[in-house]
Design a protein around this ligand. Structure first.
Ligand code: EPZ
Length: 417
């Protein structure tokens, strides 16, 4: 399956931002802890969401989707084992470990596959769960976990503010006995969304969004109705597409405070940006300027997920932009595909130096991962002529019907089965 792009047109129009992939996934995992019915709104149609739903149904929960609404009938978990086939479908399924262990007193999952971004260790997850009393053995890539009686709250310091490990720890602590304090917690907005959802179900979580989170264990969580936050990375992706095509876009439903670091980089590139309530209008009339140095760091600094989309913009900027990728060790796999389009990029370890060229050439390219695929699509939109983008299942993991959205923004993109 591929996307055929006829590049060289200006992006122009208005779009509602999809619900956040990296918020709905841990919230779906949290349903394992809940009794009763959960109704989620603003759910994006993504293959990762479908994978998470498959895991929930495998565990015995009932899920039904109706447009952007997902209804989950919780409380009937009858299995504590997630087979490798389901774990491998989605790297981020590791945060099912905490809730299954908390609900069943045991859990068996296969180590989530390494992925395109490099080995995805889970040592921070394991250390935190062990602090809560979990007994965890790793044999031949299968994690067998159990807890004598009930997980017990305690003080947990994460040596790195891992998003997934913070989420896993919250999910394991929320029904534990006593209080848990997480220090050096990740501060991403998706953590706040997870905590808000759990608190709406009766949890007692304080300080989400800061690096110190306090969780008072409760005995039960009841179903609730909840709306997923907007996807901040999808927002930056569409802003990059508007900027690279010297177009204009009005994005609705996006929260400015989630993307201030990216907005200041887009302004440095010469975009004009107007914020009004939960709408942000961006226009880029001239060739973007170089963005100097862009370093990916934990929130609220510039997010690693926006590195690839912004790099495409840097490829045609007037000047040199240097990227320093501090979060993942192999997150430049889109570079060689961008070079096939005429980009001038040199990488050395965590550093990528992009010398802007006047224009990119259309070409046939292949996605290597989700955000790298988005970067190739953005680059193809700016290159005159026909480009074909292969392995777009990577893009479908994180962007719902991307070709439909881009066509609604006056661009020529079609999906060829
Ligand atoms: C989440 O991944 C996101 N995924 C990623 O988005 C995002 O890039 C990442 O956070 C950073 O913001 C979801 O939320 C589903 P981490 P996660 O644990 O939790 C190392 C996308 O494109 N680490 O914060 O896996 C790890 O190797 C995806 O939407 C350990 O060493 O990220 C990485 O170098 C990609 N040991 C760094 O920490 C651990 O136990 C950050 O990882 C855990 C992580």
């Amino acid at each position: 399956m591929r996307l055929r792009v006829n590049g060289g047109n200006r992006l122009c129009g208005e779009l509602n931002v999809q619900g956040a992939k990296n918020s709905i996934l841990p919230i779906l995992a949290a349903c394992v802890l809940v009794r009763g019915e959960v109704v989620l709104h603003n759910c994006p149609e993504l293959s990762d969401v479908a994978s998470a739903i498959k895991i929930l149904e495998h565990l015995g929960l009932k899920c039904e989707r109706n447009g952007d609404k997902i209804r989950v009938l919780c409380g009937s978990i009858n299995c504590a084992r997630v087979p490798e086939s389901l774990m491998r479908e989605m790297r981020s399924s590791i945060f099912f470990l905490g809730p299954i262990l908390s609900s069943c007193g045991r859990a068996e999952i296969s180590m989530p596959g390494g992925c395109e971004l490099g080995p995805r260790p889970i040592d921070i997850h394991i250390a935190a769960l062990r602090r809560l009393g979990a007994l965890i053995e790793d044999e031949r890539g299968i994690l067998s976990c159990r807890v004598e009686e009930r997980l017990k709250g305690t003080q947990i310091d994460l040596w790195f503010p891992s998003v997934g490990a913070t989420e896993n720890t919250i999910l394991a602590a929320v029904l534990a006995e006593g209080t848990t304090v997480i220090t050096n917690a990740a501060r991403e907005p998706e953590i706040v969304d997870l905590a808000d959802f759990l608190n709406a179900c009766g949890a007692r979580i304080y300080g989400a969004g800061s690096s110190k989170i306090l969780i008072e264990g409760v005995n039960e969580l009841r179903g609730c109705e909840y709306s997923i936050m907007p996807d901040r990375i999808a927002a930056v992706t569409f802003f990059s597409a508007a900027a690279i095509t010297r177009g204009e876009i009005n994005l609705k439903g996006v929260k400015e405070e989630h993307i201030t670091s990216s907005l200041s980089i887009l302004e440095a590139a010469g975009c004009s940006i107007k914020v009004g309530g939960d709408e942000i209008y961006l226009k880029c009339q001239n060739r973007p300027r170089s963005m100097n140095i862009i370093k990916t760091m934990p929130y609220p600094s510039f997010p690693t997920d926006a590195q690839a989309p912004i790099m495409s913009l840097a490829c045609i900027a007037d000047g040199t932009t240097m990227f320093v990728e501090t979060i993942f060790e192999n997150r430049y796999r889109h570079v060689c595909e961008l070079m096939r389009m005429g980009a001038d990029i040199k990488t050395e370890g965590k550093v990528a130096v992009v010398n802007g060229v006047k224009r990119l050439n259309s070409a046939d390219v292949t996605c290597t991962d989700l955000r790298g695929g988005a970067a190739l699509l953005i680059a193809a939109l700016s290159a005159e002529g026909e480009s074909n983008i292969y392995s777009i299942e990577h893009i479908d993991r994180g962007y719902q019907h991307i070709e439909k959205d881009l066509r609604s923004l006056s661009l020529e993109v079609e999906r060829i089965e």
